[in-house]
Ligand binder design. Sequence first.
Ligand SMILES: *Cc1c(COP(=O)(O)O)cnc(C)c1O
Length: 417
Amino acid sequence: MPFPSDTDPDLEIERLLADEFTRQTTGLQLIASENFTSPAVMHAVGSVLTNKYSEGYPGKRYYGGNQVVDSIEAIAIERVKSLFGADHANVQPHSGANANMCAYQALLNAGDTVLGLSLDHGGHLTHGSPVNASGKLYNFIPYKVTPGDERIDMDQVRDLALKHRPRMIVAGTTSYPRRIDPAPFRAIADEVGAYYMYDAAHLAGLIAGGAYPNPVPHADVVTFTTHKTLRGPRGGCILSTSEHAAAIDKAVFPGWQGGPLEHVIAGKAIAFREAASDAFKAYAQQVVANASALANALARNGFRLVSGGTDCHLMVVDLRPFDAELTGKEAQAVLDLAGITLNKNTIPDDPRSPFVTSGVRIGTPSVTTQGMKEPQMDTIADLIARALRDRTDDAKVAAVKAEVAALCAAFPAYPAA
Ligand SMILES: *Cc1c(COP(=O)(O)O)cnc(C)c1O
């Protein structure tokens, strides 16, 4: 049977793919959880591996025909273990959220108590939000950042651990701009007999590149996404000590997932190799240097940086000192019109709702992949400030958009198609 010839009438989807390519490459991509993955990764993700069922693990599959897939998955596992110095790796989680749920299932029973960073202070939905399965299945107790310096308060983590005796402590964040020292969490977990899980979703690329502390020597389990700073295909991964290897593998399959996405796993294998290169080390350092430069330039423009700055790839910006009337929601919408893509974000103890917010989150992984450096960060801060200051003047916003397009044209993410 030939494939039908009218699968994409009037090239409806083809045109939209081209539109999205244009959007990504003519605007500034400042969403901290996004990146540009390599053409080699995209080639793997678009390959015939998407046709294959391979439930199980290398050498232990339910269906036949998995000789090639076994080699690919085994390579991905070896590469990621070596990249992070881990005893065990499971490369099958379809996403970061799945990786977390699998890790919980491997180590916890329903109803167990877990400590995690509060969502509105930089934690993730899968760290016990009541609207997420993690918050329904487990008894999450949130810890918070200190009001004064807006940093994770290890004294509070310890006090809560002693009081609630959690079965697990979760470290790792989605919008926290500062360095997390992985060792003190281990000490507290040991003191109360808890497991220690570190969610490195955002940070995996910085860790791989040596630009952020590696939690693998300290934690029982480290989960992460492969598509954020790590710059691979969209997906998840779990690292663990040998002790938890069997439980992790069982929790992923058959616990949570069916057939693995081997086309994505091939992309992960390529990304793990890329992330082991010297060029990637330089990339990770530049991501952090660019974030510092951008944070400083935004501060000069009258914005307040939550916690006073950044040690990683992202910053959370309090808009109120710049303009008391300006909400995160409005800033996101205006900047979208100016070709600058970022997201609204709560600031710690935000007086506005999570749908409105008083802040935005900004990250430098994508623009750094494009080759931008500190001078361009100054330009970006000025463009953001101008678009927001002149937000009621359509012509001025359009002028910013034209300058954004010119800047992106000088730093193409991909060779022209
Ligand atoms: C992004 C993120 C996740 C979830 O990843 P998805 O691939 O979107 O499911 C989990 N934890 C943290 C800390 C994250 O930042």
